[in-house]
Design a protein around this ligand. Structure first.
Ligand SMILES: Nc1nc2c(c(=O)[nH]1)N[C@H]1C(S)=C(S)[C@@H](COP(=O)(O)OP(=O)(O)OC[C@H]3O[C@@H](n4cnc5c(N)ncnc54)[C@H](O)[C@@H]3O)O[C@H]1N2
Ligand code: MOO
Length: 412
C-alpha cells in the first residue's frame, strides 16, 4: 500500500507553520494581583532603588568597621552606645568614630556607619557601652541602597511570563499595574459521530469527548483563552460551517479527530477548500501522532490533531505548546522551544525507525539517578498519560533503546 502521508519532521513541521504566522497581540493594563501567568507587553525599568536606603540584614549594632578591626574574644573592642534605631524611620543621629547604634534586621543604617556587627558577637555593658568580640568587614550584614534593584535598571523584559517572584519584585519597586498581552483566543473543537459531551450517558458505540478538555485546558495552561466549540459531526457541511466560524472568530483553531485517511476523515478536504495558504503539513514523522494537519487559513493557524487522546496530547506537547508560546509572544521560552530532562531508561524499548517516538514514562529517583520507566499501552489510552510524568524521546533514526541508556524526557 502506498504511503498515505508525506511525513515531515516535527521541527520542520513547526517551522513551516511558524514562518507564516503574523499575529500582533493587543495589550491590556491589569493589576499585578491579576498578572500571574500572563505575558508582559512592555519592558519594566525601575524608577526607584530597592532598597531605597542602606539597611541591616541582622539584629545587632551599626558601626564603623574600621573601629572594630581586629576585635576578638581575647581582644575585645569597646564602643559608645549612642542610641537605638527605630524601625521604619530615619536614624536621628550620625555615627562618629568609636560609636555604635542598636539596629534591628531591616533598620536603616545611620550616616557614618558602614557595617553591622551581630548581637551574638557583642555584650551590652550598661546602657551606654558595648563590648565587641568579633571584627566585621565594611559592608558586612547590610544591603546597600539599590543593591537589590537599582534605579533605571531593566527588571523584566517584554515577553516574560510573570511568575510569583516577578510579581513580588514589581510590588517592591512600586509597580502596581502592568501592560499585558491579551490572551490569544483559541477555539477547541472535537470531531466524530461517536462523541458525546462528558455530562451525557453514552449509548453503546458512543464515547465521551476527552480531547476538548485535555487540549482546551492545556491551551489555558500555555496562556491562551479557550473557547470550547463542542463536537462536530462527521458531515462536510457542518464541519465546514463550524470551522469557518471558528477561524473567523479566533487567533488559533485546534480540532481533533478526522485527521487520518478513513472515509469519515473529512478534515483535510474541508480545510483545503476554506482559504489560503491552506494546508501546510499533513503527516508528521512522530509516533504517536502521525496524522496531524497544520494549516493557515486567512492568517489563522489551524492545528488538526489525531483523534486518539494520547496521540492528540503528544502532538499538543510538541507542536501546540511551542505554537502558543509563539502566539503569546513568550520570547524567552520560545527560544528554548522544548526542554528535556536527562534520565536513564529502566528497560529495553523497541521503536519505529523513521518517526520520532514519544514513550510515556514514569520518573523515579534512585540515589542520584533519575530513571524513566516506560508505560506501555496503545495510543488510545488516556490512562497511560495520567500515570506518566513525561515523554521519553527516541530519535528519528533509532530502532530502539537499550536498558540503562541515557535518554531525554520532556516533563509535564
Ligand atoms: N488505515 C489507517 N488507519 C489509521 C491510520 C493510518 O495511518 N491508516 N492512522 C491511525 C492513527 S496512528 C491514528 S492516531 C488515528 C487518527 O485518526 P483520526 O485523527 O482520523 O481520528 P478519528 O478516526 O476521528 O479517531 C480516532 C480514535 O480516537 C477517538 N477520538 C476521537 N476524538 C476523540 C475525543 N475528542 N475524545 C475521545 N476520543 C476521541 C475516536 O473515537 C477513535 O477511537 O487513525 C488511525 N487509523
Ligand atoms: O500516530 Mo497514531 O497518532 O500512532 O496513534
Amino acid at each position: 500500500m502506498s504511503n498515505l502521508f508525506k511525513l515531515v519532521k516535527v521541527k520542520e513541521a513547526f517551522e513551516l507553520l511558524e514562518q507564516k504566522i503574523n499575529l500582533t497581540l493587543d495589550s491590556e493594563r491589569l493589576k499585578i494581583t491579576q498578572a500571574r501567568g500572563r505575558i508582559l507587553a512592555t519592558d519594566i525599568k525601575s524608577e526607584v532603588n530597592l532598597p531605597p536606603f542602606s539597611r541591616s540584614t541582622m539584629d545587632g549594632y551599626a558601626v564603623k568597621a574600621e573601629d572594630i578591626f581586629g576585635a576578638s574574644v581575647t581582644a575585645p573592642v569597646y564602643l559608645n552606645l549612642i542610641g537605638s534605631i527605630k524601625m521604619g524611620a530615619k536614624p536621628k543621629q550620625k555615627i562618629r568614630s568609636g560609636e555604635a547604634m542598636e539596629i534591628a534586621t531591616g533598620g536603616m543604617l545611620p550616616v557614618g556607619a558602614d557595617a553591622v556587627v551581630m548581637v551574638e558577637d557583642t555584650e551590652k555593658l550598661g546602657i551606654k557601652e558595648i563590648e565587641v568580640t568579633k571584627a566585621v568587614a565594611p559592608g558586612a550584614n547590610i544591603v546597600t541602597k539599590g543593591e537589590d534593584i537599582s534605579q533605571g535598571s531593566l527588571v523584566l523584559s517584554a515577553g516574560h511570563l510573570l511568575r510569583p517572584q516577578d510579581i513580588g519584585a514589581l510590588a517592591g519597586i512600586g509597580v502596581t499595574e502592568v501592560d499585558l498581552f491579551t490572551k490569544p483566543e483559541v477555539t477547541v473543537l472535537s470531531t466524530g459521530d461517536e462523541l458525546i459531551t462528558p455530562d451525557k450517558e453514552p449509548k453503546l458505540g458512543q464515547i465521551r469527548d476527552i480531547n476538548s478538555y485535555s487540549i482546551g485546558t492545556l491551551v489555558e495552561e500555555e496562556g491562551g483563552a479557550t473557547t470550547y466549540g463542542g463536537i462536530i459531526l462527521d458531515e462536510p457541511d457542518s464541519l465546514q460551517d463550524k470551522l469557518k466560524a471558528a477561524i473567523a472568530s479566533s487567533d488559533l483553531v485546534v480540532l481533533s479527530g478526522g485527521s487520518s485517511v478513513g472515509v469519515k476523515d473529512l478534515t483535510i478536504d474541508v480545510l483545503k477548500q476554506l482559504g489560503e495558504p491552506g494546508v501546510l503539513v499533513h503527516g508528521i514523522a512522530i509516533k504517536p501522532g502521525k496524522p496531524t494537519i497544520l494549516a493557515i487559513i486567512d492568517q489563522t493557524p489551524v492545528v488538526g490533531l489525531p483523534g486518539h487522546p494520547t496521540s492528540a496530547f503528544v502532538v499538543a506537547q510538541m507542536i501546540l505548546k511551542p505554537l502558543l508560546q509563539r502566539l503569546t509572544d513568550r520570547r524567552e521560552n520560545y527560544k528554548k522551544l522544548y526542554s528535556f530532562l536527562p534520565a536513564k531508561v529502566s528497560r529495553n524499548i523497541a521503536s519505529t525507525k523513521g518517526r520520532e517516538e514519544y514513550i510515556r514514562v514514569k520518573l523515579t529517583q534512585k540515589e542520584n539517578q533519575i530513571w524513566a520507566e516506560p508505560l506501555l499501552g496503545k495510543s488510545s489510552l488516556i490512562s497511560t498519560l495520567v500515570g506518566a510524568d513525561g515523554l521519553l524521546k527516541i530519535g528519528l533514526g533509532r530502532e530502539g533503546i537499550k536498558k540503562g541508556r541515557e535518554v531525554e524526557v520532556l516533563t509535564f
